[in-house]
Design a protein around this ligand. Structure first.
Ligand SMILES: Nc1ncnc2c1ncn2[C@@H]1O[C@H](COP(=O)(O)OP(=O)(O)OP(=O)(O)O)[C@@H](O)[C@H]1O
Ligand SMILES: [Mg+2]
Length: 478
């Protein structure tokens, strides 16, 4: 009798571990099973079978309980201890049905009484493998529920788990992805996650913001140019398309791309070839496209601002990022991580939020989404000290009221011009800073850019106003 395990195949088929000490019977079962084309590993002894299972976990086990070296029930328990989702089918002689029942109590999947035919064995095995698949799926979902971080994202809400799953399943393919979501929801984080989870991760990730680049430069930014192509083109320069060769090209704010350039981009998406500005030659590149917008792309198509043919080329896999207000307790998870990171960066002791602050963060509408939350926490950390973040440390946060007010323009725009409409300069300054903060979702550096002042000026002003507000509240109370 051989004491070595033997394998019927080395392919990637479902792996069956057959533990049967009577070799002629084992050969017969293997013949039965071959009809279903599995990879069968045969062992005659319990100890060797456990070693084989440890070396390469089986999907199902066919176990004869009468073994020369070990009690079959022990083998069963050891297999389950190693892998709770493995399905074990017991084969037993007529006289040992009690033992088989005992095995069922120890969570064997099923038992078959000898002698049996190929159909009986294969049917039971198919069920066992099916159960294994289901058990794996449940395990996978449980893991998902526990997943609070994913390639730069923080958040365990079911809404974000769905985003993570989509990213994982599209990452392996070359299909173009179209990301939509309000400003600050993490569209760029998602584009990077797709790249990092994809086989192109060793290639470049090139992000091109179609809104941030002047229209007349955009074509050369994408496709590159040759020396002398236009005034100032002092040498050949590769565009984003060539730089992203073998990697991912992220076309951010795609709806802002000028209409005439959209047809050139469409050609690139269709043919995979680019034509640098001023050059007659075509270059072939291999890129995966990920596009994003915070507009409604179909509305842009209907308004004839975005080419329908380009939309359908890019919109192969849609990925929608939910607004932060729909992500439940993710707000707190994200806020705590930002607090920890920024406190460490700024050398502050702030380590937690009071329950009132958490309630406030949870209840807020977050029109600027994660970016706004990030800025609020940065603001708190820069301007405050102490072990805990308390309500009075929170800056004024633009919410639904402020957002709708910003949408209807300056609050005084409809007032008739009057001599006394001239306001003190400090008040104009305060209103302008507050407006810039509202428009940028409390992004101090971006607001500073809009106002053409430094971010530290804004931080200083915010602190002065907070102190002044605190003083006047104190005076009122007194
Ligand atoms: N789930 C998240 N966890 C942690 N950080 C996040 C998350 N989502 C976004 N961020 C951070 O928030 C900021 C804004 O994200 P990002 O730039 O990807 O948003 P966006 O949707 O592209 O915004 P916009 O439409 O304004 O371009 C970034 O600093 C990003 O790192
Ligand atoms: Mg973005």
């Amino acid at each position: 009798m051989s004491s070595l395990c033997t394998s019927s195949s080395t392919s990637k088929k479902r792996r069956i571990l057959l533990i049967e000490d009577t070799v002629p019977l084992a050969k017969l079962y293997i013949e039965f099973l071959r009809a279903d084309a599995h990879e069968v590993v045969h062992c005659t002894r319990g100890g060797e079978a456990l070693d084989a299972a440890a070396a390469s976990p089986p999907d199902a086990v066919i176990l004869d309980l009468k073994l020369p070296d070990m009690d079959g029930l022990e083998v069963l328990q050891a297999l389950h201890a190693r892998d709770a989702s493995v399905s074990v089918v017991i084969i037993t002689a007529h006289g040992s049905i009690d033992l088989a029942v005992e095995a069922m109590k120890l969570s064997a999947f099923d038992f078959i009484v000898k002698p049996f035919n190929a159909d009986r064995l294969n049917l039971t095995l198919r069920n066992a493998l099916e159960r294994r698949t289901l058990a794996r799926m449940v395990e996978g979902y449980r893991k998902d529920l526990d997943r609070g971080r994913f390639h730069g994202f923080i958040g365990s809400s079911p809404e974000m788990q769905a985003v993570y799953r989509t990213i994982e399943s599209v990452a392996a393919s070359r299909a173009n992805v179209f990301i939509t979501g309000e400003s600050g929801t993490g569209k760029e984080v998602a584009a990077q996650a797709i790249h990092r989870a994809s086989p192109r991760r060793d290639g470049a990730f090139v992000a091109l913001n179609c809104a941030a680049i002047p229209k007349d430069l955009l074509e050369s930014e994408i496709f590159g140019h040759v020396k002398g192509a236009f005034t100032g083109a002092s040498g050949d320069r590769p565009g984003a398309a060539l730089l992203a060769d073998g990697g991912t090209l992220f076309l951010d704010e795609i709806c802002e791309m000028p209409f005439d350039l959209q047809s050139k981009l469409l050609r690139f998406v269709q043919t995979g070839t680019v034509n640098p500005v001023g050059s007659g030659r075509e270059e072939r590149v291999d890129v995966r496209f990920v596009a994003a917008t915070n507009r409604d792309p179909l509305a842009e198509v209907q308004a004839a601002r975005f080419r329908e043919d380009l939309y359908y080329r890019l919109h192969v896999i849609p990925l929608v990022l939910p607004p932060l207000r729909d992500r439940g307790d993710d707000v707190i998870e994200i806020a705590r991580t930002f607090l920890f990171d920024y406190a460490r960066e700024e050398g502050k002791a702030l380590a937690a939020f009071t329950p009132e602050v958490e309630a406030r963060l949870r209840a807020h509408d977050w029109p600027g989404n994660v970016r706004q939350l990030q800025n609020v926490i940065r603001n708190v950390v820069v301007l405050n000290d102490g072990p805990q973040v308390t309500l009075d440390m929170l800056p004024p946060m633009s919410g639904p009221d402020a957002a709708s007010c910003a949408a209807c323009g300056s609050p005084s725009a409809d007032l008739p011009e009057r001599d006394d409409a001239v306001q003190p300069l400090w008040q104009v300054e305060k209103e302008m800073i507050q407006k810039a903060l509202r428009l940028t979702g409390d992004d101090v550096p971006r607001a500073a850019l809009m106002l053409e002042i430094s971010p530290s000026t804004i931080y200083r002003k915010l602190q002065q106003w907070r102190i002044a507000d605190g003083r006047s509240a104190g005076e009122t109370a007194a």
